[in-house]
Design a protein around this ligand. Structure first.
Ligand code: FA5
Length: 346
């Protein structure tokens, strides 16, 4: 037999085998195709292999090499088809794998108690008509101090009482003075009033803002250098302290229970006049949760509102302290320890 018909037969065999393996719909069909082409007894490859004996001696070497190549190609085509069908039955199971064992449970995530608290506070205040506003954590001195009636020489602006941003010992100026991490969410009052002056002039404002604030306070059971506040701002005509107290009492009763009483203690904040500390009576003890007051006329003027026409109240409550009271947590540091045994209780 001459070489060329033999090579043509090999080509035909390779392409038939490839088509049969590719077309096998399941493991049984693939196995049948394997027997047809690679079967040890009557497989088509064997038949062609037998024809090698009749090849001219001068062509034998070339014919034998091609035969080996085709054999290899058919085996590879079979293995590829087998892996595409998802393994070839029990022979594919890794040694040591016991399919009768129960599956591994994925570890479920958990919403942090402070995030849960933020969601809860948002829901309670939303029922009283307060919508959520947001502001940046990196602030400029205008929003953190100036517009809040805190002048240049005020001790609240002391570098030792704030986290000013600096690189290589030089303050970072973000175009509006030295940037700092906001020390209170009252900054959002300013941003919202500025924005509403443009988008909805003359319309009442009723917002809350919940977010992180930063102060270089030494950590102890009730202080942490990073904590959250809930800021509230209500601006309209004829807003009074009675409205402020009502909103805070309804809030406290919803969040902490009907037996919680509320007390205002005279205090001072540069951006409210009069100003109060807000205490809640709970289990026989008065506890400070935040500050509040009537928006100072200087603040209204700084953002272009006429204090003769509008009035408003504002408050800022510590979110961690609220969460701790509700859940009986005695040390704020537990909230940020990352200890899952603690966090998973909430
Ligand atoms: C303020 O931050 C004012 N901006 C609140 C305010 C808003 C007054 C609007 C008037 C009008 P004060 O510094 O007291 O106030 O902080 C408010 C609350 O934040 C505190 O009562 C306390 O609950 C919480 N707080 C303050 N420092 C820390 C701290 N280091 N760790 C945890 N909570 C803190």
């Amino acid at each position: 037999m001459s070489l060329q018909p033999f090579l043509d037969r090999l080509d035909q065999l390779q392409s038939d085998a490839q088509n049969a393996f590719d077309g096998a719909a399941d493991a049984d069909a693939l196995e049948a195709a394997r027997v047809t082409f690679l079967g040890a007894k009557n497989g088509q490859f064997k038949d062609v292999q037998k024809m090698l004996g009749g090849i001219e001696p001068a062509d034998k070497r070339a014919a034998g090499m091609r035969l080996n190549d085709v054999k290899q190609a058919i085996h590879t085509a079979f293995e590829t088809a087998q892996s595409q069908l998802g393994g070839g039955g029990s022979s594919q199971i890794e040694p040591g794998f016991d399919p009768s064992l129960p599956g591994r449970r994925p570890r479920l995530g958990h919403i942090h108690p402070i995030t849960q608290t933020i969601d809860h506070l948002t829901e309670i205040m939303g029922r009283m008509g307060f919508e959520v506003a947001e502001g940046p954590e990196v602030e400029d001195p205008f929003h953190n101090f100036v517009a809040l009636n805190i002048p240049e020489d005020h001790p609240a602006r002391d570098p030792l009482d704030n986290f000013y941003l600096a690189t290589a010992g030089t303050a970072v100026d973000i175009g509006e003075g030295d940037a700092l991490l906001r020390s209170q969410t009252s900054t959002v009052q300013i941003r919202v009033m500025q924005e509403r002056q443009n988008s909805a002039p003359g319309q009442p404002i009723r917002i809350i803002s919940l977010g992180r604030v930063y102060r270089p306070d030494a950590p102890d059971a009730t202080h942490f250098p990073m904590f959250h506040q809930m800021e509230g701002l209500f601006v309209d005509e004829h807003v009074t302290m009675a409205n402020l107290k009502t909103v805070l009492r309804v809030f406290a009763n919803n969040y902490l229970g009907d037996d919680v009483e509320i007390r205002f203690r005279p205090s001072f904040f540069p951006f409210t006049e009069p100003s109060v500390e807000v205490d809640f009576l709970w289990n026989g003890t008065w506890i400070e949760f935040g500050g509040a007051g009537m928006v100072d006329p200087n603040v209204f003027e700084a953002v272009g509102y006429d204090p003769e026409k509008v009035s408003g109240f504002a408050f800022g409550l510590g979110v961690e302290r609220l969460c701790m009271r509700r859940h009986g947590i005695t040390d704020i540091r537990d909230l940020y320890s990352g200890d899952l045994r603690f966090l998973q209780q909430f």
